[in-house]
Each structure stands twice: as C-alpha cells, then as structure tokens.
Design a protein around this ligand. Structure first.
Ligand code: AAO
Length: 500
C-alpha cells in the first residue's frame, strides 16, 4: 500500500538512525510535530545478535541490527514497553512510526554462546532460533540455492539473489506457510501497537509473490489508535535498482512503494558537477525512474552514506554540507516521490584505498555500549555525536516548504543554461539554486503574490521580520534574486507562509 498514512499537511519522513525509543518519543513531542514531519523511520525493533567483536577492532557495529535472533522487541533502542510508549506518544502528536523490518534472513554465522539483545539463545550451525521458533526447515537450502558457497555470487541471476544467502545471512524461506505466519504475526503485533508502516529490508532478496502474500494478510490499522477505518499499513521496499540487473524495482510496485536509489545517485552526480542542474527540469519519470507515486526518495541512506549498498562516491552526505543542503532543498521543493530525510550520527572515517575502514562504527554510546541520548543545543542543533541533519535550519525550513506547496505542480522553470536554476510551485513557493562558480543576479518570475517574503534558508520569519534575507515580489510576480556562489548556502527559498 503506497499511502504513508500521514496527516495531509505533513509530507516528509525522517530516518532517526539508531535512536533510542525514548529519545524518538521526546523528539516527536518537542520538535518533529512542531516542524511538520509526517513520520519517523526507526531502526529494526527486533532482537538482534550482540556483535561484541566479530573481527578484531570492530565492536557493536551498527549493522548488528540487521541480524535478527528473534521477534522479541528488545534492542539497544529499548524494550517492548518503551517501543509501545514511543508509538503512542508520536501518534498522539500526529507523527507516524515506520519500522525497518528485517524479514529476509536471520543472523550470519556466530560461535555458540554469542549473546543476543533480548537474552535469546540461537545456534547458527544448525539454523536454530528457538525464540521464534525457526529451525533449519524454515530456511532456503541446497535444494533451492545452487552456488557452491551458499551465498549470492552473481546479481545477474535472479534465482540466486532470492534463494541464496545475502553476505552469509541465513536465508528464510518466505514461500513457506509457517514462515509467512511468523512474519505476519510480528507485523500484526506492531500494527496493533499503532505502527503506520514498514520498510521491508532487502526486498530484492525476497520473491515479490511472497511479499504480496504477506502484505495481503496484514490487519487494518487500529481505529483505537486514531487511524481511519480500513486504513492499511504503508509499505516501502528496499530494492536497489540502478539498472543492469535482472531484478527491477518495478516488480515490487504492486505491493507498495520502492526505494528509488537512482534519485540520490543522479542528484549526487548533478551537484558534484558530473552533470548540469539545468537538466533537472524533468527530474523523475523523465529520467527513467519509477512513477512518482511508487517512489520513496532520499539523498543518502544509512548504507550509502558509509559506502555500503549502492551509489558509490557520488552520494552526498553531511560531510559535504553546502552541496548536501542544496540537494536536500531541491528534493524537498521538487514534486516527485515521498521524501525521506536522513538523520545521522558522526563517526571518524579512516579511508584506506578508497574504502572507509570505520564503516562499521556504531552510534554514540557509553562505556557499557548503551546508546547515548542526543543533547539539544540552544540553536536547535544536536550534540553528543549526533549530526541531526533534520535539525539544520536549511533542512527543517524546507520540510515546511514542502508541506506548504503540497498539491501543486512545478511551474516557471528557469535556468541559466548551466547550474543556476529556479522554479515555482503553483503560487505557493519559490526556490532558486546556484551551483555555478559565479553569482546569480537575475530578475525572475516567481508565481507568488506581490509582497515581501523571508528567505527560509538564510533565516526565518520571526515577529513579522526576517532574520535572514528578504525578497520583494512585484505586482508582475517578478523578484530580483541575488545569490552569490561565495555564500554559505547556495539556495534561496520562500513561500506564502514566509510572507511578512
Ligand atoms: C555484515 C558484515 C558482512 C558479514 C555479514 C554476516 O558486514 O561482512 O558477511 O554481516 O555476518 C548491513 C550491512 C552489512 C552487514 C549486514 C548484516 O550493510 O555489511 O553484513 O547489515 O549485519 C545489497 C542488498 C541490500 C543491502 C545492501 C547493503 O541488496 O538489500 O547490500 N541493504 C540492506 C540494509 C543493510 C543491511 C542489509 C540489507 C542486510 O540496508 O544495512 O546490511 O540486512 C549491488 C546490488 C545491491 C547490493 C549491493 C551491495 O549494488 O545491486 O543489491 O545491495 O551490490 O552488495 C554499484 C552498482 C550497484 C551495486 C553497487 C555495489 O553502485 O550500480 O547495483 O555498485 O556493488
């Protein structure tokens, strides 16, 4: 189902990667609701392996959460009780919770006695996960996977990709009624708590027919948690499709939305100068991407911001802040897909031969490896190792922009033939971006009523005054836009609610 079950005036989700449930509940109440965020993608809630030191020097990596041991809701993010409390508190302020669900597999190989975050035991040699329970019969075996390693060796072979192990992770057989039943039971439990939707991790590695059978048997969202009668869980599936492989995202659009990885890669290329911004005039379907209503889009995700997944070195992240804020602003102003904003923690990179040796580093944590609560600075930004891109003014003000212009189409496109662009949204909002190495100085058609507007990138509208730049729109709808390439930000944006 493609509808995020969002309030109609809230159109953006944020991925609070590795946040604790209590902290997310606080964030819903003190910030996300106020700023108009529709929902939060939370890290996998299911019990996972405790990866003390899988290889020397690697301790409690973030990726341990993608190795489930059971369907108990006990992780470094908190307990089942805390999870339920978060869902209730966020729903109460109109912010939805979307869970990252690892349904394709269980753990990789671990020595016996390896602990799990909820205290469950498991045996990877015999593929026993008694806390679910799953046993060896519930996994794809030699009958289905023909590679000598038992792992996916060739993404050109769709059968391998679905029936063999992804990087050694024990591959559940979603074709089995029993496995389907366990997965459905888990998802329905989350739905009963008030969860509004799911990210299906590693969907490429599951058969679309199996996912459809599972999705069809989910319960309606509960009316006693505030959802309208008959509402269905939102589903978005992680399928990396950059072209060139037999499995396509299009195979999955009947079930729900699909992560459109071309989006962030193409924008990365454009803003990094491998392409020109003028070509973004028809960004979306015109670029060979999924239909807008089938796409979940983002600039970076938790994988490709650290070299996992897909997109390579073209992906923009918080480490190139000026370009990143420009790309996020473009995404949030552009009418395509349902948008997701990434919210990261910081880690020190150690690049050796083009690869980050620290790509495993987990979230900020104390000496007992408990995740630390983000601190909030006076200017709304985060501390204690949390980057919180969603709390950067240039980003949260564009969240508001997207909400304000929602329902309109793009009009009055302008470009200078290179990397200066501007466009309007149906009389409600205007944006200009300068990614050339010279100033933008131009009188442009804005589509907004005459008046004075605050630029929401350099500042805010406070007490009927602009704390940053202001822009005057004349009776002809034109405004003089001045945006130097030397400024901190390469964007000017304003909308009807930033009018003085
Ligand atoms: C960890 C260790 C492993 C160990 C394993 C088992 O790192 O060394 O073997 O445990 O003990 C995360 C981490 C993994 C981690 C795993 C489990 O990223 O490192 O393994 O948790 O703890 C594929 C999948 C995609 C997946 C992505 C990372 O298709 O689903 O790999 N993403 C999700 C999650 C992710 C998570 C998992 C799945 C597993 O978001 O966080 O893994 O739950 C091609 C294919 C893609 C494929 C990539 C990477 O992409 O098309 O489908 O993604 O390769 O293998 C160009 C191409 C592009 C290509 C890309 C990379 O960009 O155009 O198509 O190059 O070659």
């Amino acid at each position: 189902q493609h509808d995020p079950n969002n309030l109609s005036d809230r159109q953006i989700m944020v991925h609070l990667f590795e946040w604790k449930w209590n902290d997310i509940a606080d964030e819903c109440e003190r910030f996300l609701s106020k700023m108009g965020f529709a929902g939060v993608q939370v890290s996998p809630p299911t019990e996972n392996v405790v990866a003390w030191e899988p290889t020397p020097g690697v301790k409690r990596p973030w990726w341990e959460r993608y190795q489930p041991v059971s369907y108990k809701l006990n992780t470094r993010s908190g307990t089942e009780q805390q999870f339920q409390d978060m869902v209730n508190r966020c729903n109460a302020v109109g912010v939805r919770i979307y869970c990252d669900m690892v349904l394709n597999h269980m753990t990789g190989d671990w020595p016996s006695g390896t602990p799990a975050t909820g205290g469950s035991s498991f045996n990877t040699g015999s593929k026993d996960y008694p806390a679910v329970p799953y046993s060896t019969y519930d996994f794809n075996g030699r009958d289905k996977c023909s590679t000598s390693s038992g792992n996916i060796e060739n993404y050109g072979d769709a059968n391998q990709v679905r029936n063999c192990q992804l990087v050694g992770l024990k591959d559940l057989n979603q074709g089995s009624d029993y496995v389907r039943g366990k997965i459905i039971e888990l998802l329905n439990r989350l739905i009963s708590y008030g969860v509004a939707g799911f990210r299906f991790d590693a969907s490429k590695h599951m058969w679309p027919g199996d996912l459809k059978a599972i999705a069809d048997r989910l319960n309606n969202l509960p009316t006693d948690k505030g959802f309208p009668a008959g509402a269905r869980a939102f589903i978005y599936q992680e399928v990396i499709d950059l072209g060139g492989e037999p499995i396509t995202g299009a195979e999955y659009v009947g079930i729900g939305r699909v992560t459109e990885f071309k989006y962030g890669k193409f924008l990365g290329e454009a803003f990094r100068g491998r392409n020109q911004l003028k070509y973004l005039k028809n960004f979306g379907e015109g670029w060979g991407m999924l239909a807008s209503g089938n796409a979940l889009v983002f600039i970076d995700n938790h994988d490709n911001q650290r070299g996992h997944g897909a997109g390579g070195d073209m992906i923009l992240t918080f480490r190139v802040p000026k370009l990143y804020k420009m790309a996020v602003a473009y995404m949030l102003a552009w009418p395509y897909g349902f948008t997701r904003v990434m919210s990261s923690y910081y880690w020190e990179q150690n690049i050796v031969n083009g690869q980050d040796k620290n790509d495993w580093v987990g979230p900020p944590s104390d000496s007992n490896w408990n995740i630390i609560t983000p601190t909030i600075n006076a200017d709304e930004t985060c501390g204690s190792g949390w980057v919180c891109e969603h709390r950067w003014r240039q980003i949260y003000n564009m969240v508001k922009f997207r909400n304000v212009v929602h329902g309109t189409t793009m009009n009055d496109w302008w470009d200078n033939g290179n990397n200066q662009i501007a466009f309007c949204r149906g009389g409600k909002g205007f944006i200009a971006i300068n990614n050339d190495n010279y100033p933008l100085q131009q009188s442009l058609q804005t589509c907004l009523p005459s008046g004075t507007y605050c630029d929401v990138i350099s500042g805010d509208l406070v007490n009927n005054q602009c704390t940053g730049k202001s822009i005057t729109v004349g009776s002809d709808g034109k405004a003089f836009i001045s945006l130097s390439n030397a400024e901190d930000d390469g964007v000017i944006a304003f909308h009807i609610q930033s009018a003085i």
